[in-house]
Design a protein around this ligand. Structure first.
Ligand SMILES: C[S@@+](CC[C@H](N)C(=O)[O-])C[C@H]1O[C@@H](n2cnc3c(N)ncnc32)[C@H](O)[C@@H]1O
Length: 351
């Protein structure tokens, strides 16, 4: 007879299941020894306790519930197996160690024994670098490959983690932006993703807003090869992939866009002229990303300071162009480094 217990839980749309599961786990709120359940549309994620209103807002969780869950045999933790808690991220079936660890072989074997879906363990040997925003990895256990298939918000992305940029921690941000683009089903938007990578924003938008048209541009030929493959894989036809430096191609899209995605956080502000010229004469929305740090402030003010700095950078960079800027929303997207954050800003521009 299986042991069952009523537990507080999050009830979420299945599409957002993985994103919310990761966020709850990061906040140590997921009850990991109870079995997650699903039905046709929803996923039920068991919690160690009910969420506070603040946590509910922060995690963007709409529905809380209580439900009976099957309790699982307590699993051995990675700390019990190797005496430390390594930090790693999972993309598809690859786990990437994000910090140096002693005894990496032992750690890699422990990760694979605890996460049966992981087939490769790699470690970073360079930061994300260069125009292509790629990084070098070294496979330390499992199959010798860096290509994988990652599922997120109902889309599938094939990618090579060493040759293209991909960050699973942007899942929630991508869902946010795609939901905004899909809000009005009668609005046929022209969307341009200036730094599209393997299509992680562009394909989600194309799928969620099938009435709209998306142009996805990237300078990295490998990223565009995967982008084209992912377009087919996800069965979206309202999207066009272009391999080019945006500075070379933007004139072909003058006055075209209702919405522009600028996910190149360290230097998006250097591409505002191109973005503005691509917006329709009546203007449109830009989703602007920036990296900002906040060193000399107390811990609770750091995020606010970084957000203010990003707003100032956008405002100052746009000042020289004769347009009106209205900031609709500004938020922390993720931690970038100690004391530094990626900030996302949604802004309405009127030309
Ligand atoms: C931070 S990644 C974002 C990729 C994707 N949007 C995502 O969220 O996974 C930035 C992308 O911009 C591309 N890139 C950098 N400079 C570019 C340029 N001048 N024109 C077009 N793409 C560029 C890089 O190749 C890289 O794929």
């Amino acid at each position: 007879m299986k042991n069952r217990e009523p537990l507080p839980c999050v009830k979420a749309d299945k599409r957002r299941g993985e994103e919310i599961r990761i966020a709850l786990k990061d906040h140590k709120l997921l009850k990991t020894d109870a079995k997650i359940t699903t039905n046709h549309n929803f996923i039920y994620l068991p919690l160690i306790r009910a969420l506070t209103e603040h946590e509910q807002r922060e995690l963007d969780v709409a529905e809380l519930s209580t439900k009976e869950f099957e309790l699982l045999e307590p699993r051995r933790t990675i700390e019990e197996l190797v005496g430390l808690k390594p930090s790693f991220e999972i993309v598809g079936d690859i786990a990437v160690l994000t910090d140096d660890v002693a005894n990496e072989q032992l750690v890699a074997q422990a990760i694979m024994s605890l996460h049966k879906s992981i087939k490769v363990v790699a470690k970073r040997i360079s930061p994300v670098e260069g125009v292509f925003r790629s990084r070098q990895l070294k496979v330390i256990a499992g199959e010798h490959r860096t290509e994988t298939m990652h599922k997120e918000n109902g889309c599938r992305y094939k990618l090579d983690l060493e040759q293209v940029y991909f960050n699973p921690r942007l899942a929630r941000e991508r869902d946010r932006v795609a939901s905004l683009a899909a809000q009005d089903k009668n609005e046929k938007e022209e969307v341009i993703d200036m730094f599209a990578g393997v299509g992680s924003f562009a394909i989600q938008i194309a799928k969620l807003a099938p009435q709209s048209h998306v142009t996805a541009i990237d300078i990295n030929p490998v990223a565009v090869r995967y982008l084209r493959e992912n377009i087919k894989l996800n069965g979206v036809s309202n999207i066009e992939a272009i391999e080019s430096d945006i500075k070379e191609v933007y004139r072909a899209f003058t006055d075209r866009a209702d919405r522009i995605i600028m996910n190149l956080p360290k230097s998006a502000y250097l591409f505002l002229e191109e973005a503005l010229s691509m917006l329709k004469p009546e203007g449109g929305i830009i989703h602007f990303y920036d990296v900002e740090s906040a060193y000399d402030v107390s811990a609770e003010n750091r995020v606010g300071v970084a957000i203010d700095k990003a707003k100032e950078k956008l405002t100052a960079s746009i000042k020289k162009h004769e347009v009106q800027l209205e900031i609709l929303d500004a938020r922390k997207v993720k931690v970038y480094a100690p004391y530094a954050y990626i900030v996302g800003i949604d802004a309405m521009i009127r030309k």
